[in-house]
Write a protein that binds this ligand. Structure first.
Ligand SMILES: CC(C)(COP(=O)(O)OP(=O)(O)OC[C@H]1O[C@@H](n2cnc3c(N)ncnc32)[C@H](O)[C@@H]1OP(=O)(O)O)[C@@H](O)C(=O)NCCC(=O)NCCS
Length: 171
C-alpha cells in the first residue's frame, strides 16, 4: 500500500470513485443529481495539497482529504476505500496517514463530520461513529444540515444532521 498526494492524472478516477461511493452510501439522503465532488473542487484540493490517494498494486483504491480548520486544528473528510478493497485496513491506514501529516504540521486536534439522517438509523453511519469513537474521537456537537446549507433542502430526501467529532493528536 502506498499513499501519496493526488495529482492531475488522478482526477477522473477520484471523482468517479467518490461520487459512486457517496451516491451509494447516501442514496436515501439526496434527490437525483447529487454529487460529492466535481472537477472544480478537485482542482482546488489539488492546488492546496489537501488530497491524498492510496494505491495498491498501481491501482487507486482510496483517498482522504485533510484541511485546516484553525491554527491548531485540522479535519479530514471524503475518507474512501474502494468497495472491492474494504476491510483490509486501507481506511485505517489513510486515517493514520492524516494523523501523521497533521502532527508534522503541528496541529493539536483532528476533527471530522458525519452526516446522518435525523429520523432513522443508517447502519454504515453507525459503524463509522463506533469506529471513530474507538480510535479516540469524541462527539462535540450536532448541527442541522440546513443550518450549514440553508438553500439545500431542495436536494434532500429527509432531514439530515452533522455530528462533529474531535480528537487530541499526540504531542
Ligand atoms: C469508512 C471506510 C473508508 C473504511 O474503509 P476500510 O478500508 O474498509 O476500513 P478498515 O479495513 O481500515 O477498517 C477500519 C475498522 O472498521 C471496521 N470495519 C470496516 N468496515 C466495517 C463495517 N462495514 N462494519 C463494521 N466494521 C467495519 C474494521 O473491522 C476495522 O476495525 P478495527 O480498527 O477494530 O480493526 C469505507 O467503509 C468507506 O469507503 N465507506 C464509504 C465512505 C464513507 O462513509 N467514508 C467516511 C466518511 S466520514
Amino acid at each position: 500500500m502506498f499513499i501519496r498526494l493526488a495529482s492531475n492524472q488522478d482526477e477522473k478516477t477520484i471523482i468517479a470513485l467518490a461520487n459512486q461511493v457517496y451516491y451509494t452510501s447516501e442514496k436515501d439522503f439526496w434527490k437525483d443529481g447529487y454529487y460529492r465532488i466535481d472537477k472544480q473542487e478537485f482542482d482546488l484540493h489539488l492546488s492546496k495539497n489537501q488530497l491524498f490517494v492510496v494505491e495498491l498494486k498501481n491501482e487507486i483504491v482510496g483517498c482522504v482529504l485533510m484541511k485546516q480548520v484553525n491554527k491548531i486544528t485540522a479535519s479530514f473528510s471524503m475518507l474512501i476505500c474502494h468497495p472491492n478493497h474494504r476491510k483490509k485496513g486501507i481506511g485505517k491506514t489513510l486515517v493514520n496517514h492524516v494523523f501523521f501529516e497533521a502532527e508534522k504540521k503541528n496541529y493539536k486536534k483532528m476533527q471530522l463530520e458525519i452526516l446522518s439522517p435525523l429520523e432513522w438509523v443508517h447502519q454504515e453511519k453507525e459503524f463509522l461513529k463506533t469506529w471513530y469513537k474507538s480510535i479516540g474521537f469524541k462527539l462535540i456537537k450536532e448541527v442541522n444540515f440546513l443550518d450549514y446549507y440553508p438553500t439545500h433542502d431542495k436536494y434532500m430526501k429527509c432531514p439530515l444532521i452533522f455530528s462533529l467529532y474531535e480528537k487530541d493528536l499526540a504531542t
